[in-house]
Design a protein around this ligand. Sequence first.
Ligand SMILES: Nc1ncnc2c1ncn2[C@@H]1O[C@H](COP(=O)(O)OP(=O)(O)O)[C@@H](O)[C@H]1O
Ligand SMILES: [Mg+2]
Length: 359
Amino acid sequence: MSTLQAEHVYKVFARRPGDRAAAVRALERGADRDELRADGTTAAVIDASFRVEPGEIFVVMGLSGSGKSTLLRMLNGLLEPTAGRILFDGEDLTALGAREMRHVRSTRISMVFQHFALFPHRDVLANAAYGLEVQGVPRAERERRAAEALTLCGLGGWEKSWPDELSGGMQQRVGLARALATDADLLLMDESFSALDPLIRRDMQDQLLELQRTLKKTIVFITHDLNEAMRLGDSIAVMRDGRIVQQGTAEDILTRPADDYVASFVQDVDRSRVLTADAVMDDAPEDVPDGADGCTCPTVSADTPLADLCAVSARVPHAVNVTDAEGAVVGSVPQDRLVAFIGDEQRPPMACACAEVAA
Ligand SMILES: Nc1ncnc2c1ncn2[C@@H]1O[C@H](COP(=O)(O)OP(=O)(O)O)[C@@H](O)[C@H]1O
Ligand SMILES: [Mg+2]
């Protein structure tokens, strides 16, 4: 398992090297992308810093042109940062020579692209084994490992088929299998599911989450789709015009957007599906009945989505208890809080005479 770190990484595209260094200095002083464009300089990535923990899915989300692919290409050494450092398990990738970098890239890092190009004249097994072939792994071993990876990706039995016999979703799975077969701990995925139909895409997201539960790779996943980011990301970085404008969990970004840009991004997200009980629960108050009081009402767990919590709350006559795996109460959610939270209503309840009438 690997840790990946970016420290104040910049990528500036300009014709003359001197212009690149000057652009970095201007950006450090707070200049933005548009000011530099006038001289034909593109600041693709500006001062990106983050740390991806082992076994974590780190999602980089942003509109087209925000710098996501450029950032990813620096993470695997295909592009050299104009300034800053990339550390992979503490080793500075930016300091490696071309040959060492190629070695790291072929053995420890795997990429999955949006349009995964399969070789039409090779069968599925040979396509999945391609990364190992490049590494010089002997045939029998690479075929064994490729077959295992195909099975993990739900393609067991398709080894001898040709690419054109597969659907788009299945071809993308072959791409994922190729990346997994190499045993690299770092998986870089650039819009890997963006070209798929919505249902197949969701399926692939589920499959990735499922695989990740056992494989525990360190994954950087790029997407322009916020819902995809929220489903997959343990941690999410939102990029705008080359800069990371917010980093946090899906819950952080939904409940505390850093600026109006992020807020406008998240306004259409279905909060009830992304947020879970732990986002709304109080510490277990004394006055909510629980098992010790003979209460047999259903409870939820901290990771129950609010949509499911609503269904429970509608049937329980008091706050819903949140329990841990052993059944111990760890918190509770009063119904009014739940409704206010989903409605994004921060103001206190209204004081109206009707409340007394109802009472
Ligand atoms: N090789 C390049 N030369 C000049 N400009 C580039 C190059 N690659 C990317 N860019 C520019 O950098 C910006 C970020 O691009 P990119 O990283 O591809 O964004 P994204 O993946 O978020 O769509 C864009 O303005 C793009 O035009
Ligand atoms: Mg891109």
